[in-house]
Structure formats: C-alpha cells, structure tokens
Design a protein around this ligand. Structure first.
Ligand code: GDP
Ligand code: MG
Ligand code: K
Length: 281
C-alpha cells in the first residue's frame, strides 16, 4: 500500500485548516479563534495512486523553543518524520511567512511550499516570479487558493514527485549566516561529530545553530544524548566571539541573517505594486 505522510506547517491564518479541509474532505473550524490548543488533526484522502495521511499542525511564526506550539511542531517534524512537509505560506505576506521556511531549511526537512492566498497576491497587482525564488532556495513552490481548491491537485502532485525523488527543483541549500557565524557553526559541528551522530535526531548543523541561539530545548536534548562534556563551554566561547566581533547579540545576528536571506530572494523575484501607483485621480 502506497502511503505518504504529510504535515501542514505555517503561520497562523495562512490557510492550513482550509487546505486540510479541502484536501481531506473534513470540516474543521476555519478562521480566527483565540486560545490556541496545542493539538493536531489527522485526515486521509487518496490522490495520484497514493493514500495521503495529512496532519494539520498548530500555527507558528517560528520554530524556536519559545512557545508550546513551536516546540510541538518542531518535535513532530523530527520525531514523527512526515515524508513531506507542506509549508503553507500566505502569498499576501511573503516576507513574514517565509521566516518559518528558513527554519525548515535549517532543519533540512523535505519541504514543498504552498503559496496560498495567491488570489490576494494577484488582486494586489504584485508580480511574483516564484519559479525563480523556488530555484534559488531549492524548494518547490505551488500557488494555491485553499478557499476554492485551486492549485491543490498540483500541490499534491508535487508532493508525490518529491516523495519519489523526481522533483527537479529540490536542492540542498543552506542559509548563509556570514563568515563569522559560519566559522562558529563549523567548529561546533566538529565538536558534535565526536558524538555518536546516529543518536542525533536533529541535523548537526541545526544543533550548532540552535546552540548559538541558546535554544533551551536543543540544549537539554544535547545534554541528554551527548557525552561531549566541553560542548557548552565551546558554545559559550563561540557566542562571546560572535558578539565581540559583530557587536551584536548572537541570537539577533542569526535572526537578521534569516531575514536577509528572504529579503535578498524577494528583491530579485517580487515586484510589489505600491499604493502610490495604484492611485488614480
Ligand atoms: P489557519 O490558521 O492556517 O488554519 O488558516 P485558516 O484555514 O483558518 O484560514 C484563515 C482565513 O483565511 C479564513 O478566513 C479562510 O477562509 C481564509 N483563506 C484560506 N485560504 C485562503 C485563500 O487561498 N485565499 C483567500 N482569499 N482566503 C483564504
Ligand atoms: Mg487552523
Ligand atoms: K486560524
């Protein structure tokens, strides 16, 4: 039996539940509601000769360890290991939504981006060469309108190609954090390599990045699996080195580099129509 497990990951209100409902025929509540529960809904449907098992995860802006939702989504990705992650991005708010995508890139997760609310992007008059951005970041992107179902077939066709290793866009790209931080990452990677890497459920590079951000969840994860006693002393020295060299808080430096990566990609691919040129009189 051919099964593909898919996790829906994205910012709140990007359209995850709408996409979940239209793909699986479910009738989960759509729209804004306060009091988020850390919960996921599972649905099933058939498409292109496969049975899809699809999970609607809580909405998150990031995948750091600051909220239970973020931790839940991160743990789902590394522990349940969905075959493909569909990252639902609100095309009407690319800069903010793609931040989460950079974190999925750091996690080296198999991602297809659904450029949802593509109707709103079109209505705004903006021009977006998503094919080019897709090639630049090595992640397939498919325009969708979850409200009507437009693009959903193509989205899951792409998921199938990804699963079958036949999707030509897929390429391993790293976010470049600049020389100073990259050197620190490399030195921490070497420390981590001394550990039994088979025991690590997160990629080494990801652990190094998160250690530099002083991510509490990754710290306790590494403490539990690592027998490398001076790892945290090394991390502290690297953070000190970064902050003295860049004159900036290390965590902010990493965050800014992610936004820089997105801004660089969008600069070459998105032409936003300004309100100014919209005005007719
Ligand atoms: P979630 O928080 O990611 O689960 O997002 P929801 O599925 O609850 O959707 C948030 C809102 O966006 C709802 O009002 C949806 O009807 C609306 N919505 C979802 N997809 C689209 C779309 O492609 N285009 C437009 N215009 N609205 C959408
Ligand atoms: Mg939802
Ligand atoms: K919502």
């Amino acid at each position: 039996k051919k099964v593909i497990t898919v996790a829906l990951v994205g910012n709140p209100n990007a359209g995850k539940t709408s996409l979940f409902n239209i793909a699986s025929g479910a009738h989960e509540h759509v729209g804004n509601y306060g009091g988020v529960t850390v919960d996921s809904k599972e649905g099933r449907f058939k498409h292109g000769g496969y049975t899809f098992k699809i999970v609607d995860l809580p909405g998150t802006y990031s995948l750091s360890a600051y909220t239970p939702e973020e931790l839940y989504v991160r743990r789902h990705i590394v522990e349940d290991k969905p075959d493909v992650i569909v990252n639902i991005v609100a095309a009407s708010n690319l800069e903010r939504n793609l931040y989460l995508t950079t974190e999925l890139i750091d996690m080296e997760a198999p991602v297809v981006v659904a450029l949802n609310m593509y109707d709103e992007l079109k209505e705004s008059g903006s021009e977006f060469n998503y094919q080019k951005l897709s090639k630049m970041i090595g992640i397939p992107m498919v325009p969708t309108v979850a409200k009507t179902g437009a693009g959903i077939g193509e989205l899951f066709d792409t998921v199938i190609r990804m699963h079958e290793d036949k999707e030509p866009t897929v390429r391993r790209v790293h976010i470049s954090y600049g020389n100073v931080i990259e050197n620190s990452i490399s030195r921490l990677n070497i420390k981590l390599e001394k550990d039994k890497s088979s025991r690590l459920i997160f990629p080494r590079r990801y652990i190094s990045i998160k250690l530099l951000e002083k991510d509490k969840d990754i710290e306790s994860y590494v403490s539990a699996v690592s027998d490398n006693g001076d790892l945290f002393a090394s991390r502290n020295a690297e953070v000190k080195y970064i902050e003295e060299t860049l004159k900036e808080d290390a965590e902010s430096a990493l965050t800014n580099a992610r936004y820089g990566f997105i801004a660089g990609g969008l600069k070459e691919t998105l032409k936003e129509k300004t309100n100014e040129s919209d005005r007719t009189r």
